[in-house]
Design a protein around this ligand. Structure first.
Ligand SMILES: [Zn+2]
Length: 382
């Protein structure tokens, strides 16, 4: 079976260059098989070395890169915010057709809970910290409105654009400082307090924990009191330990572990639901390798069972991962700009240690010489 080789790509790079020309260049320069095209995306500022129209693009703070069918979202409280780049009803569909016309597979690269715009404009759908303050960068995957939004958006993309793969990015809870913009953090916050500050205490998460049999509101109140005391002063040496399994199981009289189990149930079931949706429409899923369940709420074994393709880096061993999670594809994620000229050697080493294919990052963010280095490795997936 031919190996997967996918290139992450932004719609604006294809549209600015002309999708036919861009698809031809991708094929010729890199020899890759599949374009992972951003569909819903998060804030960034981009340097675009070969884009003919702009060298710097100040991206929007959360955007849908297609024109959604309004009736699908009529009954939903949370709706995608359409990017100013989407110039016509078929902006995204034209790009997908161009990719296919150029002989490439199309995958939909979806970003879910990491969305500054929606978190800012809909604080009732955002993660809330233990003090009740809404996060302005992260949606809560335990919130039914966020779950509906994720499901309907995925359904629409599957129905209309028929991707062969859907990348399920940021579908779980996100770390404490994820999405801080120009942060001003001038004092030490211990790893454990950062972890605790990253938990969601929105009404839905508290209710889910209460349903699982704990006094969740009282737990939140105790935690808020502890943090208020600790955050106001410099940490003591004995408070600076890392977040370990032992600490997680014992902290706050075992109540932290109970709270974490409820959020794992929320986030992991959302992942399973969306993966099943993809499979029902004939698409595979792609994602980063699951890990750090206490932060993301994504149980690694359940996510691995539900999904199909997972991106790995040089620190992972595909053979070992295949023993733990058989019949899944582990794709070595290469950064062409950092790895040239030994990109081919690194890709070959990844195959030797059990990787099943590759992803490359990212068409618009690297130079033609980097794209040619991808092409020099094309025999590995031919
Ligand atoms: Zn929540």
């Amino acid at each position: 079976m031919p190996r997967t080789a996918a290139l992450f790509t932004y719609p604006w790079d294809l549209a600015d260059e002309g999708v036919d020309r861009a698809a031809a260049r991708i094929k010729e320069l890199t020899g890759i098989r599949e374009v992972q095209l951003a569909t819903s995306y998060h804030i960034s500022t981009y340097f675009l070395p070969h884009n003919p129209k702009r060298k710097v693009y100040f991206g929007e703070d959360g955007m849908a890169l297609w024109k959604p069918e309004a009736e699908r979202y009529e009954k939903l409280s949370l709706k995608p915010r359409v990017s100013e780049l989407v110039t016509g009803d078929d902006y995204y569909g034209d790009l997908v057709r161009g990719i296919r016309k150029g002989g490439l597979d199309y995958g939909a690269w979806m970003v879910y809970c990491y969305n500054h715009h929606l978190a800012r404009t809909r604080p009732d759908c955002a993660r809330a910290d233990v003090f009740g303050n809404a996060n302005r960068a992260q949606l809560c995957p335990g919130n039914p409105a966020v779950r509906d939004y994720a499901r309907v958006m995925t359904e629409e993309v599957l129905d209309r654009f028929k991707p062969s793969t859907v990348f399920l990015e940021s579908l779980g809870y996100l770390p404490f400082s994820y999405g801080f913009l120009n942060p001003k953090v001038f004092v030490e916050i211990t790893p454990r307090d950062q972890f605790l500050l990253g938990l969601c205490f929105c009404s839905h998460c508290v209710r889910a924990a209460a349903k699982s049999g704990m006094a969740a509101a009282a737990f939140g109140a105790d935690l808020a009191r502890d943090l208020t005391d600790r955050l106001a002063r410099n940490p003591k040496p004995e408070e600076k330990g890392p977040v370990t399994d032992v600490w997680l199981s014992e902290a706050l009289d075992g109540r932290l572990a109970h709270y974490l189990a409820a959020r794992t149930a929320s986030a992991t079931s959302l992942y399973e639901e969306l993966a099943a949706l993809c499979h029902a429409r004939g698409a595979r899923t792609m994602d980063f390798l699951p890990g750090n369940e206490p932060v993301s709420g994504q149980n690694a074994d359940r996510v691995a069972r539900a999904g199909d393709q997972f991106c790995i880096d040089g620190s992972h061993n595909g053979t070992e991962l295949s023993k733990r999670w058989p019949n899944k594809e582990f794709l070595y994620s290469a950064q062409p700009a950092d790895m040239t000229p030994d990109l081919r050697a690194r890709c070959a080493a990844a195959i030797a240690s059990g990787a099943h294919g590759f992803t490359f990052y990212n068409y618009g963010l690297v130079r033609d010489e980097n794209l040619r280095h991808i092409g020099a490795a094309r025999d590995l997936w031919a």
